[in-house]
Design a binder for this molecule. Structure first.
Ligand code: ACO
Length: 331
């Protein structure tokens, strides 16, 4: 079967207005700006309004991406929404976004891969477009992660922020093409990063609420070690699979979970600082949305030249990880 080219047409992102700074967090829990900055690189993050849901934010990002892609909502064949904070367990957040943006010809489903959600969803979009099953796919990654954070737990509440991002992927002969992707998972690490209650394993009940089991829990140190190892492995596989070398990487978009992980990774991959997308200081860890936001920022700079590559790499709960390689070809 001859595979069709899957090209990025456009992107868009959305951030809630409310800014939660390290200084404010100092007043909520026993932490300091110094600790947060030196351990994570984060300075502030956004928090969605009470009435603002993941689908509301995702729909705004989607509308921007559609506008920037010069397509209409009716042209979309499929919407894939990556999120770990869906509006509901069902119906899917993708269906809610489909309705909000009027994409009446699109199929829609959610994809669960935590912080690797955007990369997993982009890879899925590529598979649909390359196979010819669908022509135009909208990827949305949206998180109201503040809704599952315990703001009395200093180990997690300083780390996360809310945001949404969206990308239109379609078949075109020229443009920023998704040339390869690699995904991986290791379910033996499922307990390291988990929302224990609220699913079928432990439905919501008085006990689960009393024990705060609906909040995100993370073994930070263990996750850190796995993140470093898996991100490097998968990124290396992604470039060597297509015969490229480290020095062929033009721009690097790592998941924004910890500045120390990002800087160590960039150093080992020898990507100069100015070619590594970092926004962790402004948004913290926005889970599934993180890599897509970085990609949107990079595209807005309009710097990617003919032949240059972009390497995305993500890691998160599951454990699940992934890497995606894009290259500008023609126009
Ligand atoms: N303020 C002050 N002190 C704190 C805070 C805080 N906010 N949080 C923890 N501490 C304390 C701890 O209690 C501990 O104190 P102790 O030594 O007296 O016991 C000390 O700081 C060190 O804590 P660690 O957890 O060991 O700190 P570490 O340097 O590992 O940093 C962090 C924690 C930032 C979470 C780091 O481990 C990390 O980035 N992990 C990886 C995160 C990641 O990649 N997640 C994947 C994606 S997320 C997703 O999929 C949803």
């Amino acid at each position: 079967m001859l595979l069709k080219k899957a090209v990025v047409l456009g992107t868009g992102s959305y951030f809630p207005e409310r800014v939660l700074s390290n200084a404010e967090l100092e007043k909520i829990v026993d932490t300091t700006d110094e600790w947060i900055t030196s351990r994570t690189g984060m300075k502030e993050r956004r928090i969605a309004a009470k009435e603002e849901s993941a689908s509301d934010m995702g729909a705004i990002a989607a509308e921007k991406a559609i506008q920037n892609s010069d397509v209409k909502a009716e042209d979309l064949d499929l919407i894939i929404c990556a999120t770990l904070t869906p509006d509901h367990l069902f119906p899917s957040t993708a269906c809610l976004i489909q309705n909000k943006i009027g994409a009446k010809n699109a199929a829609a489903f959610d994809l669960s891969a935590a912080c690797s959600g955007y990369v997993y969803a982009m890879m899925t979009a590529k598979a649909y477009v390359s196979s010819g099953i669908y022509k135009t796919v909208l990827v949305v990654a949206t998180e109201k992660i503040s809704s599952i954070i315990d703001y009395t737990d200093r180990a997690t509440c300083v780390l996360f922020g809310d945001a949404a991002t969206a990308t239109v992927v379609a078949h075109r002969e020229h443009g920023l093409e998704i040339i390869h992707g690699c995904l991986g998972a290791d379910g033996t690490g499922a307990d390291m990063l988990i929302q224990p209650a609220g699913g079928s394993r432990m439905p919501a009940c008085q006990e689960s609420i009393d024990q705060k089991l609906h909040y995100l829990r993370m073994e930070g140190k263990d996750v850190y070690k796995h993140a470093v190892r898996r991100m490097e492995e998968v990124a290396m596989k992604c470039i060597t699979d297509v015969g490229m070398k480290i020095e062929d990487v033009g721009y690097l978009i790592p998941h924004q979970a910890n500045l120390r992980i990002i800087e160590g990774f960039a150093k080992r991959f020898q990507v100069p600082q100015e070619r590594v997308i970092v926004n962790i200081q402004r948004y913290g860890n926005t889970a599934a949305a993180s890599v897509g936001i970085g990609f949107d920022e990079l595209l807005n700079l309009k710097k990617i030249k003919e032949g240059e590559t972009v390497l995305m790499v993500a890691f998160g709960a599951g454990l699940a990880w992934g890497s995606l390689l894009l290259q500008r070809r023609g126009s």
